[in-house]
Design a protein around this ligand. Structure first.
Ligand code: PEP
Ligand code: MG
Length: 539
C-alpha cells in the first residue's frame, strides 16, 4: 500500500480499479516481424470493427446533449472506411511491418496530406484523423487515449493530463474518478469534475510511474490523497467515511430547500455555477437563489464549429425558464488559457493566460460575440437574465462591449424582436487592475462578480493549472482579500453590488471572511451550496 499526494480537485471518496490512459501519443516501434499476413489482417479488421463500435458509442453519448457536436463522430467512422488509407495499411502489412506501426504510419501520412491542403476546414481534419488513429492503436495495444476511453468496467482514470474537453466527454456511469499528474485546484478540468460530481485528485507527480493498470485505488478528493493497493481494513474505513459524508450531504440537501431566516441581518445570495442546462436540476434541488455564473464556453468546446444562435438561444432559454424568475448570470464566451477551441484557428501564444482571452477575444471576433449577445437577449424574455463579461482589465473594454450590446439591441428592435430592455450588465473582476480601479469601472456596470480563480493566478503570477505552483494558490492571502475588499467597497459606494464566483466562494473556511468583507452573493458548484447555506445560517 502506498500513498500519493496531489491537489484535491473535486470532493468525494471512491474506490476502484485504475485504468491508465496515455494522453501522449501511443508509442510503437518501427519493426518487421514474421507473422503471417492473414493473421495481421485479421487483427487489423478486428481493431477497426471495435473502434467503429467505440466511436458509435461516443456518438450516442454526445448526441443526447450536443447533436451537432456529435456529427464529428460520423466523420470519424468514415475515416475507418477510407479505401486509400486501408490500402496503405495493408500494403505495409504485406511488407512485413507490425499492425500497430502500419496503422500509425499510414494514418500519419494521410494526416500530413490533409495538412498540405488549402482548405482550412480540411486541414483541421488532420487532428481528427490522428484522434482516430490513437483509438485504433489503443484497441490494438489494449491501451486507451484519454479522450477516447472505453471502459469495460467502472474505473478510476489515471492520466498525465485531461483537457476540459476530455473531462466533459467522460462517461459518468463508468468513470468513478480520476487522477492526473498535471493540473491545479482551479484548473477548468477540476471545475468540470466537480460539476459532474466526479471525485478527482490532480497534480499527483509520477502517478503514471507509481500506478499500474488494474491497481486497486482509493481516491479522497477532499484531502488530495490517492492510496494505491489499500489493505482491506483501509478500504472498509474509507467506505464508512464515504457513507458518513453521503448521509451528511443528504441531510444538508434536504434542509437546503427549507426557507429559513438567516441569523445574520444581511441576506447573502447563494447561487450556482453551471456549465450547461444539465446542471440546472441539481442547482434547483439544493435551493440555489439563481445562477451566479453560467460558463457558456462549455457549449463551444468539444465540437468542430461554434454553436449557432438558435442552439445558444435554446440553451439559455431552458436555463432561464427553469429558474422561473430567479436571476441567471450568463457569462459571455471566456475562451483562452486552459480552454481551447480548435476551430477558431487562433494564433498560438507564448503566454495564453496573458493573451487574447475572455472579453479581449470576443471584441476581436465580433461575429461570434454578437451572435452570443443576440441569443442571450432573445432568451432574456423567458426569465431574468444578466450579462457578464469575463477578464475585463480596463474601462475601455466595458465601454466597447456595451457599445456592441447596444448595436445588437438596436438590430433586434428594428426586427421587432423582443428582449428584456432592463437587462443588467456586469463584469468579472479577475484581473488585479479591475479591482484596483473598481470605483471607476463601477460607473459602467450594474454589478461585479469576483473570479478568485483568475484573480489569485494574476495576483501571484502563478499559472492556475501548474501543479508545481500549487503553494501559490493562496486565495485567502491578504493580497487577494485586499483586492476583494477594494472591489466590494467601491461597488457599494457607487450603489452597485458584488458577488464572488471563483472557487473561494464555496470554501467553508472562507465564507465567514467573505461575508465579513461585505460580499452580496456567493456563487459555487451546486454540491457545495448546502454546506454554504449551513454556514451562513450559523453566522
Ligand atoms: C474565476 O476566474 O474565478 C472564474 C470564476 O472564472 P473561470 O474559473 O471560469 O476562469
Ligand atoms: Mg476566470
Amino acid at each position: 500500500m502506498k500513498e500519493l499526494r496531489g491537489v484535491g480537485a473535486s470532493t468525494g471518496i471512491v474506490v476502484g480499479p485504475a485504468k491508465i490512459c496515455q494522453y501522449a501519443e501511443l508509442e510503437v516501434a518501427e519493426a518487421k516481424d514474421e507473422l503471417p499476413f492473414k493473421d495481421k489482417l485479421e487483427t487489423l479488421r478486428d481493431a477497426l470493427e471495435k473502434t467503429t463500435n467505440d466511436i458509435r458509442q461516443s456518438y450516442a453519448r454526445v448526441e443526447a446533449t450536443n447533436p451537432k457536436g456529435a456529427k464529428i463522430f460520423e466523420a470519424h467512422v468514415l475515416f475507418l472506411q477510407d479505401p486509400t488509407l486501408l490500402e496503405r495499411i495493408e500494403s505495409m502489412l504485406r511488407e512485413g511491418y507490425g499492425v500497430a506501426y502500419s496503422v500509425k504510419r499510414s494514418f500519419e501520412e494521410s494526416a500530413r496530406q490533409l495538412e498540405q491542403l488549402e482548405d482550412g476546414y480540411l486541414r483541421e481534419r488532420a487532428g481528427d484523423l490522428r484522434d482516430v488513429s490513437e483509438r485504433v492503436l489503443g484497441t490494438i495495444l489494449h491501451r486507451s487515449k484519454t479522450g477516447a476511453v472505453l471502459l469495460l468496467e467502472p474505473s478510476i482514470i489515471v492520466a498525465s493530463d485531461l483537457t476540459p474537453s476530455d473531462t466533459a466527454r467522460l462517461d459518468r456511469s463508468s468513470v468513478l474518478g480520476f487522477v492526473t499528474e498535471k493540473g491545479g485546484a482551479t484548473s477548468h478540468t477540476a471545475i468540470l469534475a466537480e460539476a459532474l460530481g466526479i471525485p478527482a485528485v490532480v497534480g499527483v507527480k509520477n502517478a503514471l510511474r507509481e500506478i499500474r493498470d488494474e491497481d486497486e485505488l482509493i481516491i479522497d478528493g477532499r484531502q488530495g490523497l490517492v492510496i494505491v493497493g489499500p489493505e482491506e481494513e483501509t478500504i472498509r474505513a474509507y467506505a464508512r467515511r464515504r457513507e458518513e459524508l453521503e448521509r451528511e450531504s443528504a441531510t444538508l440537501r434536504e434542509n437546503a430547500t427549507l426557507t429559513r431566516p438567516r441569523r445574520s441581518s444581511k441576506k447573502v445570495e447563494v447561487t450556482a455555477n453551471i456549465g450547461s442546462p444539465r446542471d440546472v436540476e441539481k442547482a434547483l434541488q439544493v435551493g440555489a437563489d439563481g445562477v451566479g455564473l453560467y460558463r457558456t464556453e462549455f457549449l463551444f468546446l468539444d465540437r468542430d464549429c461554434p454553436p449557432s444562435e438558435e442552439e445558444q438561444f435554446e440553451a439559455y432559454r431552458i436555463v432561464l425558464e427553469q429558474f422561473s424568475g430567479k436571476p441567471v448570470t450568463i457569462r459571455t464566451l471566456d475562451i483562452g488559457g486552459d480552454k481551447e477551441i480548435r476551430y477558431l484557428n487562433l494564433d498560438k501564444e507564448l503566454n495564453p493566460s496573458l493573451g487574447v482571452r475572455g472579453i479581449r477575444l470576443c471584441l476581436e471576433h465580433r461575429d461570434l460575440f454578437k451572435t452570443q449577445l443576440r441569443a442571450v437577449l432573445r432568451a432574456s424574455t423567458y426569465g431574468r437574465a444578466r450579462i457578464m463579461y469575463p477578464m475585463v482589465a480596463v474601462r475601455e473594454e466595458i465601454v466597447e462591449a456595451r457599445a456592441v450590446l447596444e448595436e445588437v439591441k438596436k438590430e433586434l428592435t428594428e426586427n421587432g424582436t423582443t428582449f428584456d430592455k432592463g437587462i443588467e450588465v456586469g463584469i468579472m473582476v479577475e484581473v488585479p487592475s479591475a479591482a484596483l480601479n473598481a470605483e471607476e469601472l463601477a460607473d459602467h456596470v450594474d454589478f461585479f462578480s469576483i473570479g478568485t480563480n483568475d484573480l489569485v493566478q494574476y495576483t501571484f503570477a502563478a499559472d492556475r493549472t501548474n501543479e508545481n505552483l500549487s503553494y501559490l494558490y493562496q486565495p485567502q492571502n491578504s493580497a487577494v482579500l485586499g483586492l476583494v475588499k477594494m472591489t466590494v467597497d467601491a461597488s457599494h459606494r457607487r450603489g452597485k453590488w458584488t458577488g464572488v464566483c471563483g472557487e473561494l466562494a464555496g470554501d467553508a473556511e472562507a465564507i465567514p471572511t467573505l461575508v465579513g468583507l461585505g460580499v452580496d452573493e456567493l456563487s459555487m458548484s451546486s454540491q457545495k451550496i448546502p454546506f454554504a447555506q449551513k454556514i451562513l445560517f450559523e453566522l
